[in-house]
Structure formats: structure tokens, C-alpha cells
Design a protein around this ligand. Structure first.
Ligand SMILES: Cc1cc2nc3c(=O)[nH]c(=O)nc-3n(C[C@H](O)[C@H](O)[C@H](O)COP(=O)(O)OP(=O)(O)OC[C@H]3O[C@@H](n4cnc5c(N)ncnc54)[C@H](O)[C@@H]3O)c2cc1C
Length: 439
């Protein structure tokens, strides 16, 4: 079988297809639906990393919470992502200071620098079984024109004493097992998890510490009530002093303006059959996870069971389709010619939330109503860390001393057309990549 004739199953129900992660995850904890009305300190809508980490950190602070998900823990991006645990943001420290001022920018940079550390520490503290590995992240330059910017990003972290290293063409080839990249840098603070196992492990840890989690419970309305809020759900109502909106790319119209503040876009992945020992020695021999500098970036890693997992853009205006998966299959063959002809066992996709400024957003549109969303495809470490920040905000009653700015909830300009705009940008990015000889 060659690389284009794959063994991938048809996508009968894309929403429920977790691909390789679904097939290899730790068992799901029982999270039966809500039944009847409940009172709690905090109602959390969405059981991905944001919601689950908020729940865990709240109960660790002695604050009761009920976390609901329309489906189950890890149903959204948290059960489907690349599992790349990356420090920092799309904006680097100097850019954060330029955009947010010296003090706030420094706080954000310091927070971003530590988010991968926090995730790995949380995994250890709660003994979460999720194949956590700290074997670094390579930001791989696909074209010489990208190297100056790459070097600048690398230098930003060097000046802050981070454990990063510059890679020339030979160095990156040795670490990745391919000579298609012209250079880049290695961030040793980063690593990988099995994403769905991590979500399930967070849910277990939160419940073991007293959090209540209900699956199959969709929030249908959030309305102000005496002493806080009332969340009407498909299975009963929750009264709470605070509500945390943690729907990210799956955010609906519960709160005016929230859905319009992001563009939900899909990202897709394919997984090969397990590599044999000879290939395993040659493909990603240093076992880092990787994303490259294409505007329409490719990201890849080895799975815990020794497959190559390749990811890239999925659908924006439409669902992810054959063309998106075919591009990823082609990418595997171009980046790793020795994998030409390998079979592909899984393919899947999920929704992430993109913002105008490519930074995640934190909002408190009314007292006690908190929303954290917009991870721009880089939210494994960030969303998990934000759970602790949100729990601190609720525990202390203040944002003082907390790292992320709380911004007004602002719909994107031309909000009704934002998906068309994003699809146009993605198309232009694709053309520009091809002008640079990329896929
Ligand atoms: C394919 C893909 C690959 C990615 N790869 C990486 C990566 O390698 N590294 C990285 O850092 N980031 C990556 N990301 C981004 C990362 O996965 C997300 O930023 C992160 O998982 C967001 O977590 P979350 O909890 O905020 O949202 P989600 O995990 O999306 O959870 C939102 C939840 O809210 C629920 N929900 C929504 N509305 C309601 C409602 N009304 N009632 C009840 N429940 C509701 C949904 O069912 C869902 O479970 C990737 C994303 C995708 C899609």
C-alpha cells in the first residue's frame, strides 16, 4: 500500500472521531448527566483543559464547583490536539512588552515561560497517566527567508535564560531525521502528552478532590440571578456565584458577543501505522515535537506507540475534508521520504479558536462571569495554566497580581463574515507557502 492508498476508515461521524487518541487513551471516568437543580460556588461550562483545570484548582482551594460538558470531558480540542506542550505565546516577550507595556508584558512573558513547567508539574503531582514526555519542541525553518525571524525568537528566550538551542541545517537534520529544513531552534522546556488521556486524567484528579463533573449536559442559557448566576441546562439548572465559560472553539451563543470574538477553525491530523525499529531510529531520532514556519504550518511528533502523527490546517468554511487529509499524507512523504508507502491508520480533526491578535483572551463581561478562550492552536499548556489563574481570581476576588490582562468583550470587526475572512487569509497563506516551495 502506498501513502495515498491509506487504510484510514471513512469519517462517518467526524464529531465523534478522536482518531489515534481515542483508540489509545486511558479509560474515561464516569461523568453522568446532571439531574435536577443544584447550587454550587462555581459553574463551569466546558470540560476541556480550561474547564477541568479550573475545576481542579478551585477544589484545591476549597471552592465547590460543577463542571458540565455538552458531551464529555475532552470532547473538544482537548481530546484531539497534537499534544504538544509548548511554553510561551505566538507573541514573544519583546512583542508582549511593546503591546501591553513593560509591567504587564513582563508578567505575561514570565507566565508564558512557565506554562509547560506547570503542566508537567501538575501531571506529576496528580500522577496523571498521559505518556508525558519532556523531549523538547523544534521550531523548524522551511525557508532561508525565515531564519532571521527564527534567530530573533530564539534570542528572545536566550536573553531570559531559557533552555533553548540554535540548530543549523546539519543540527536540525540530525534531530529530526530529515534534511528539508534549513535551520531552527530547540526549546527543551517543551514536550508531549497523550491529549485525551491528559484530559481524562485532569477530570479524574478534579473529581478525586471534590469537583463534580457532568457529561451530556448542555448549557442552554446563563442569566443573572440574586447572588450570582443561573445556568439553565438540558438536564436541570445550576445556581452559582460565578460562571466560567470554557467552550473555546465550541463556544455557542450563551453570552452576547462571545462567539463573535473568535473564529472557530479546524485543524486536522493523520497517524501512520507504527514505525518499525529501523525507521524508528531514523524518524525524529531525538523525539522532539515539531512545528514549522510555513504560514499554513505543519506540526508533527511521534505517538507513544511509535507512529508519526502529522497535523495541519483543516476546514474553516466547511468541515475538514479529503483534501486536508491528503495534504498531510503528502507532507509525510515529502518531509520523510523513507516513509513513502507507509500505511495510515487514523485521521481526525477538531476545532480551535482564533483571535484577531493571535493572543488568547480573558474576559469578565459582568461581575462573576469569566471567559477564557482563543488559544490559536497553542493552548495545551496555556489553557491548563489558566485554570489556576481563574481559580486564583475567584478565590481572591481580584485580578491583581495575576498575569493575563482582562479585556473587554469585543466582537471581531465584520463578525458575521469572520469565517470567510479567515478562509481567505488561509488561502493566501497557502499560495505564499507554495511560492516558497512549500506544500
Ligand atoms: C487538531 C488540533 C490540534 C491542536 N494541537 C495543539 C498542540 O499540539 N499544542 C497546543 O498547545 N495546542 C493545540 N491545539 C489547541 C488546544 O487543543 C486547545 O487550545 C485547547 O485544548 C483548548 O482547551 P479548552 O478547554 O479551552 O477547549 P476545548 O477542549 O475545545 O473544550 C471546550 C468544551 O466545551 C464544551 N461546550 C461548548 N459549549 C458548551 C455548552 N453550551 N454546554 C456544555 N458544554 C459546552 C465542548 O463540548 C467542549 O468539550 C490544537 C487544537 C486542535 C483542534
Amino acid at each position: 500500500m502506498n501513502a495515498t492508498e491509506t487504510t484510514m476508515p471513512g469519517r462517518q461521524d467526524a464529531d465523534r472521531d478522536f482518531g489515534l487518541w481515542g483508540a489509545t487513551a486511558e479509560p474515561a471516568p464516569a461523568t453522568p448527566p446532571l439531574s435536577g437543580d443544584r447550587d454550587t460556588d462555581v459553574a463551569i461550562i466546558g470540560a476541556g483543559y480550561t474547564g477541568l483545570s479550573t475545576a481542579l484548582h478551585l477544589v484545591e482551594r476549597g471552592i465547590s464547583c460543577i463542571c458540565i460538558d455538552a458531551e464529555f470531558p475532552g470532547f473538544g480540542a482537548s481530546g484531539r490536539n497534537g499534544g504538544q506542550v509548548l511554553p510561551g505565546f505566538k507573541d514573544y516577550p519583546a512583542q508582549l512588552k511593546a503591546h501591553h507595556g513593560e509591567e504587564r508584558g513582563e508578567a505575561m512573558a514570565a507566565f508564558g515561560a512557565g506554562i509547560a513547567d506547570r503542566l508537567f508539574a501538575l501531571v506529576e503531582r496528580h500522577r496523571i497517566a498521559c505518556d508525558a514526555r519532556r523531549s523538547g519542541w523544534v521550531h523548524a525553518g522551511h525557508h532561508a527567508a525565515k531564519l532571521a525571524e527564527q534567530r530573533w525568537k530564539h534570542d528572545q528566550w536566550v536573553s531570559r535564560g531559557a533552555d533553548v538551542a540554535w540548530l543549523d541545517k546539519a543540527g536540525i537534520a540530525a534531530l529530526l531525521g530529515t534534511d528539508v529544513y534549513v535551520g531552527g531552534w530547540l526549546d527543551r522546556r517543551a514536550g508531549t502528552v497523550q491529549p485525551l488521556s491528559f484530559a481524562r486524567g485532569l477530570a479524574r484528579a478534579a473529581m478525586a478532590n471534590g469537583a463534580v463533573i457532568h457529561g451530556a449536559t448542555r448549557a442552554e442559557a446563563v442569566v443573572a440571578a440574586p447572588d450570582g448566576w443561573r445556568v439553565a441546562t438540558s438536564r436541570g439548572a445550576i445556581r452559582a456565584r460565578h460562571v466560567v465559560l470554557a467552550g473555546n472553539g465550541y463556544t455557542g451563543r450563551l453570552v452576547p458577543g462571545l462567539a463573535g470574538s473568535i473564529v472557530p477553525v479546524e485543524s486536522a491530523q493523520v497517524a501512520t501505522e507504527p514505525l518499525d525499529e529501523a525507521l524508528r531510529q531514523r524518524i525524529l531520532p531525538g523525539s522532539p515535537c515539531v512545528s514549522d514556519t510555513r504560514r499554513s504550518l505543519l506540526y508533527f511528533r511521534l505517538s507513544p506507540d511509535g507512529r508519526l502523527v502529522m497535523g495541519g490546517r483543516g476546514g474553516i468554511l466547511t468541515r475538514t475534508g479529503e483534501g486536508h487529509f491528503a495534504r498531510l499524507v503528502r507532507a509525510v512523504g515529502l518531509i520523510f521520504p523513507s516513509l513513502a508507502g507507509i500505511g495510515f491508520s487514523h485521521r481526525w480533526s477538531g476545532k480551535l479558536a482564533v483571535t484577531m491578535d493571535h493572543m488568547p483572551h480573558l474576559h469578565e463581561p459582568s461581575q462573576g462571569l469569566i471567559a477564557s478562550l482563543g488559544c490559536n492552536g497553542r493552548g495545551v499548556a496555556y489553557s491548563t495554566a489558566m485554570g489556576e489563574v481563574i481559580a486564583d481570581r475567584i478565590a481572591t476576588g481580584s485580578w491583581d497580581g495575576l498575569p493575563m490582562p482582562v479585556s473587554p468583550l469585543a466582537p471581531m470587526p465584520f463578525a458575521p463574515f469572520r469565517r470567510i475572512g479567515a478562509a481567505t487569509v488561509a488561502t493566501v497563506y497557502g499560495w505564499r507557502d507554495r511560492l516558497q516551495g512549500a506544500l
